[in-house]
Design a protein around this ligand. Sequence first.
Ligand code: PEP
Ligand code: MN
Length: 273
Amino acid sequence: MLAENSIKVMGSEERQVSIGRLCIGGKAPLAVIAGPCAVENEQMLRETARQVTQAGAQMIRGGAFKPRSSPYSFQGLGLPGLKILHRIGQEMRVPVVTEVLDSGDVDMVAEYADVLQVGARNMQNFALLRKLGTIDKPVILKRGLAATIEEWLLAAEYIMVGGNEKVILCERGIRTHEHWTRNTLDLSAVAVVKNRSNLPIIVDPSHATGHTHLVAPMARAAVAAGADGLMIEVHPCPEKAMSDGQQSLTPNQFQKLMTELSRVAAAVGRCDI
Ligand code: PEP
Ligand code: MN
C-alpha cells in the first residue's frame, strides 16, 4: 500500500522528456538507444554509432565508468571515454547517454553527456540521486536489481524533488531464482508504471536477459507492452567485447530488429520509429 504522501508524480498527463530534438514518452515515437556496453576506443564507437544510427537508433549509449561485479574486470576508460563519446555524438549529431557512478562525478559527466544514466546498482544511492536533482539534464534511472516498483518510483522522486523533473525510468530485469537468464525481465512493470506514474519508461532487454538470442523477442514484447523506448547493446564484434559481449547484438542483428520493431510499434498504435 502506498502511503498518501509518497508517490507524487501521478496524474493523467503522460510526461515527455525532451533531449534536443528527440522526445521520449507520451505520444512520441518509440525511442531507441543503442551502442556498446562500454566505450572501448574511438574507432569501435564511431563504427557502431554509424551503423546503429543508419538503422534508426536515435541515441548512442556507451559506458565510460563501468560498475563491474569484479574489481579485476575492465572498469571503463573514464574521462577519455567520456570525451570519445561526446565527440562521436557531435559528429553524428545524436544525443549520447552514459552512466555516472558517483555524485562527485556528476558535473564532469554532465559536461560530456546529453543524458546521465543511474545504473541498477546505484538506484538507491541517495546522494547521487539528490545531486542529479540539481542539474538540468535528463536522467535515465535504471531499476535496482531487487527493487520494488514503489522503491524505484521513490528513487525517481529523489531526483525530482531537487527540481530536475526530466526522469526516464528503465526496466532492466530483476534478480530472481531463474538462472537461464541473467535477470528476469519484468514487463508488467511497464504497465504498472504507466498506471502509477506519468514518467516515461524504456526497457533494456540486453541486461534483462543476458543472452543475444533473447534480446530481439524481449525487445518486441516490450514495445507491445507499451514501453516508450528501448536501450540495446550493440557491438561490432561481440566475441571480442571487453564487457557484455554475450548479450550484445551485431549491427546486422540490430538492423533486422529495428525493422521488426517498426511493425510491432505500428500494430500497437505507436507512430513509426
Ligand atoms: C549498463 O547499462 O551499462 C549497465 C551497467 O546496466 P545495469 O545498471 O542495468 O546493470
Ligand atoms: Mn552492459
